[in-house]
Design a protein around this ligand. Sequence first.
Ligand SMILES: Nc1ncnc2c1ncn2[C@@H]1O[C@H](COP(=O)(O)OP(=O)(O)O)[C@@H](O)[C@H]1O
Ligand code: SF4
Ligand SMILES: [Mg+2]
Length: 378
Amino acid sequence: MTENVVEIRDLRVNFSTYEGIMKVLDGVNLSIKKGEMLGLVGETGCGKTMTGRAIMRILPSNAQIMSGGKILFEGSVDLLNLSEEEMRKIRGKKISLIFQEPRRALHPTFNVGGQIAEIFYLHMKEDVLKTALQNLAESENSTSLLSNIMRNIYTEELEGKESSIKRILGKIPILRTKINEPVEKVLDEKSIDMLEKVQIPDPKRVSDQYPHELSGGMMQRVLISMALACNPTLLIADEPTTAVDVTTQVKLLDLIKDLKKDYGASILLITHNLAVVAETCDRVSVMYAGTIVEQADTYSVFKEPLHPYTQGLLAAIPIIGQTRELKSIPGSVPNFLNPPSGCRFHPRCGYAIEKCIEEKPLFREVRDEHYVACHVVE
Ligand SMILES: Nc1ncnc2c1ncn2[C@@H]1O[C@H](COP(=O)(O)OP(=O)(O)O)[C@@H](O)[C@H]1O
Ligand code: SF4
Ligand SMILES: [Mg+2]
């Protein structure tokens, strides 16, 4: 059996608002396998972004994660039990996130290369220092006094000590620049290498550019490179192609697919676009009003959707080569202040029975690896 990189069990998140408590995530169950791309789909407002943010533990300040749920990462660690400090070590390194709006995710006054370099320095300092040391040893003037001093400084930093020589020399600007040079060179090379991996043409030039000089698609590539910089176990991509045109969208999705293969990362692709899921994902989780209603491999979900909501979603999208009437699901996503009892989909469901109003259906395996939360699906 393939192991799960993430397993969310019964995740509940409430929001305090001036109108009252909003029960937004209502028992989310979802698993992401090693090396797979899982699509999380559902109408806007159903809780996809909040699910991604809960995994990263970056929910809005008025959100409260209710007790009883779990987010198991790499088998055993419950992310919900980690301290903020432990979480900081995971964020950006083991789990990274690409947002829908690249412009807001990049710092406007730092150049692209500098922003990638910062991630390397933050999470992979050891690697960077080791490479710098190696370069020093191999350089022509490796026996010079300055080289020796730098080697001492880097070795101390590698051992986690604060270097006193660096503190003293760092007060003299020209020497400060000199002693940081080898590290900056490594960071520069690593940043340009990352830009190359996301197929940015002329990466050296782009590395010196500022976010406002780049197109939306280019910026999203930069963000992908930043997200992959530390070889994360899980990449959460929240509507990564919504803000770009269709051609760029296709190219970005192809890129993400290729990178998944190269890096072996698992990807949670959050989107409201079913066509994107059909094209790119191995499995799908369908979300409705704060719960996962169906999860299975992409083929099964598209071929034989079992949950009435999934069936409704699929009936609403046009399929090339098929002439049939498109039907939208009647009604809209419910209000989270006072959500429907039992199955939250019941006011919109054509199959609802009495039990649906009274009891919340369990999320259970009805076929091999095909999970559904519905009272009437056998
Ligand atoms: N800070 C907040 N306070 C109260 N409600 C919020 C807050 N942020 C998001 N929500 C609500 O949570 C619900 C789920 O939002 P979201 O996860 O962004 O949906 P999706 O990504 O599926 O479109 C929405 O109804 C939204 O209004
Ligand atoms: S549990 Fe009932 S209301 Fe909910 S989807 Fe199934 S049939 Fe419809
Ligand atoms: Mg969203």
